[in-house]
Structures are given as structure tokens and as C-alpha cells.
Ligand binder design. Sequence first.
Ligand code: HEM
Length: 405
Amino acid sequence: MSAPFATAERIPATVPPELVREVDFDVLTARGDDPWRAVAQLHREPPVVWMTEANFGRPGWVLTRNDVITEAFIDWEHFSSERPGMIADMLGEPVRLNPIEIDPPRHHHYRRVLNPFFTPKAVSHFDEPVRLCCRELIAGFKDRGECEFVDEFAVPFPSYVFLDLMGMPRDRLDDFIGWQDELMRAPDPMKRVAAARAIYAYLKQHMAAQQANPTNDFLRGMVTAEIEGRPIDYYELMGMFYVLYVGGLDTVYSTIGWIVHHIATTPDLQARLRADLSLLPQAIEEFCRAFSVVVTHRQVARDFVFHGVPMKKGDEVNLPIMLANRDPAVHANPHVVDIDRKPRHIAFGTGTHNCVGLHLAKREMRIVLEELLTTFADIRIKPGVTPRYHTGRTFGFDDLPLILD
Ligand code: HEM
């Protein structure tokens, strides 16, 4: 892939030549048959490098170590999240994903609205609906003894959970699953835009109904929120609805895919977890460390020098979280998945924008595994098939054919 950038833009004069890497991040991460080991080649590079194709053909900085990635997450004054919105572009409306595309101090006003509804206790109310979602999806393939796990479980699952979270009726479930699939996987950008707009139209209608008559405390909390002493406005609220949708799609689908792939290829671990489901919370911490699917990004807020490297206002900075969580300086034998290691990881980010949905996500993953492990005595990859995956902003499986006994 060649980038639509002139050489001068791809390698600005301010970038020290010894830090320039004329490689495409996505090509590098897709090398070989293990993207986690492929991306880890960057641990041999300096902590900060400039890639001519760092992000879908765009040039930018790539941070390669746990310490610098963590520092960038925390230092929001230099590494800004205020950025032209991905969804805003597709919608042609000024919807800023809220709070992920907003810097402090404004960020805190929005985050304060969401936080009380995402504590471990608050999200425990979703255990039952999430379990029912799992059972419904598993019922679709249980008797067949096999499934294509991405299509039949990992992709639809986040839509099921979102509808429950947002108090939306199930009658639009099929539409949502279709839109989600198009938004995440359609090769044709126009199809992705059409899906983003269909979701917007539906969220708009749901938002108006909730403003008139909120159906649960969470929705009441959002639609009646006050931001600096005034009622939350239309685009702020829409940004919040929308981020709760997109925040839990790719991330959940991708992480679940890698975890299920791992247990399907490590029968001993699978048997150990099945025999003692109380190990699941610690296993999930390790799975999140080892399969940290997100490459997030920031923009340099003003010219400054970061670890001896001159950065310019507006430079894009990529934070591949998998590089932080597989950094050998922090985690011994980082490519070994060891559920007994109790890792401190940043799979859900850290600092200001750390994931609001992390407790919900961990409970979702625990329930998914409980249901799969108790329903099936043996889960394995379909013989003769090599599951396909993609890298990019998230690392995820395109297909995952399983045999289930
Ligand atoms: C395994 C699943 C998940 C992973 C790996 C994950 C990962 C992340 C990461 C890395 C960030 C920080 C991004 C940044 O700083 O640029 C983040 C933020 C966020 N996530 Fe998640 N996430 C997951 C599930 C969810 C779910 C289920 C929801 C929805 C309920 C959600 C909603 C959000 C929101 C709203 C933010 C922005 C927080 C802020 O800006 O203050 N996430 N997530």
C-alpha cells in the first residue's frame, strides 16, 4: 500500500533521520502467522520511531515500550485526544465521541456522568442478561457440533449486550447485527458509512424517546445530565450514546476471538479452566495482557521534546498497547500465556481515558467462557483450517471455525 502523502509530509524535516522507519505498520504486524510476535519486532527499535506508514497509510510516531506508552497515556497535556472524529466524518455531523475525543478538564464532566453506572457493582446487573445472550447465541450452533465462531458469536454478541445496556427493544436486533457487521467489516467504505448513518438515525430516535421518558436509571442519568451547570446538549448526548456503542464492538469481539482461539489450541489450559471456573477472573487478566487488541492514538498538542525526540504540534502518535503488554522489560517471557502470573497490564488504557467499560467487559468475557466451557466438553479448531486474522487499529479474527463436542 502506498500512502497519499508527499515525501516531505511523510518524513517532516523535524524528524531525526535515524528514527525514520520506511515501513507500513500493518504490513509489519501481519508478517508470519502470529501478529503478537510480529509486532514485538518493534521492541528491538528505539522507544520512539517515526513510521512513514504508521496508521492506514498515514505517517506518525510509534511508541514501542511500556514506559513511554504509559507516559503518553497519562500526559494528556502533550498527547491530546481531541481529534477530528472518525464517526463525525462518516456522519457528516459534529458528533464527537464523548468522552474519548475530549481532553481534560472538559473530559471529567462527561466521565462523571458515566462512571457511577460502570462500577463493578453497577455492571453486575448485566450478568443475567449477558448470560442469556450467550445461551441464545450458543443455542444457534450447539446441536451442530461446530460453528464459525466469529460470525455466529463474536460479532453479534456486542450488539446483544448494547441493546440491553441501552434499554433498546430486541425487535431491532437483526438490524443492529447487520449494521455492526457492515460498520466493522464491510470492505466498501460507502457501506460502512451507510451503517454508521443507520445506527445514528436509530440512536437519535431512541434518544428522543428516552429524553421524554427514560426507561432506566442509566438512561435517566445520561439524558438529564448537567454539564457545568447546564443540561447536556444534543451532540454531547449523541456522542455518549455512540461511544458506548462503538467502544464495546471491535474491542470485545476481537478480545473474545483471541481468547477462544487460545483455549481451543491449548487443551490442558482448557481442561484446567473447565474443572475450576473460579480461575477465570485471573485467566482473563492474563488473556487481556497477552491479547491486547487496541492500537490507539494521540495528537501532539504543542511542540516539545519527548525522551530526546522533537515532536511537533499536530504529529500523530500511535500507542500499540500490545507492545506495552508484551514488553520483556516488564513481563518475563511475554509471549507465554501464563494464567498464574497475575500481570499488571494496560489493555484497557490508563490515565484519563482508561476504559469506562472495563468491568463490564471483563464480566462479559467471564460469562462467555463459563457458558462455552460448561456447554462443551471439548472446543478445538476445525482440522485443516487456518483461521484468518487482521491487524490495524484492532487485531481480530476474520473467521474462527470451531469443532464443539
Ligand atoms: C475487551 C474489551 C475492551 C477493551 C480491550 C477496551 C479498551 C479500551 C481502551 C484501550 C481504551 C482507552 C483508549 C484511549 O485512551 O485512547 C478504552 C476507552 C473506552 N472504552 Fe473500552 N474497551 C473494551 C470494552 C469496552 C466496553 C464494553 C465499553 C462500553 C460499555 C467501552 C467503552 C469505552 C469508553 C466509553 C472509553 C472512553 C473512556 C474515556 O475517554 O474516558 N469499552 N477502552
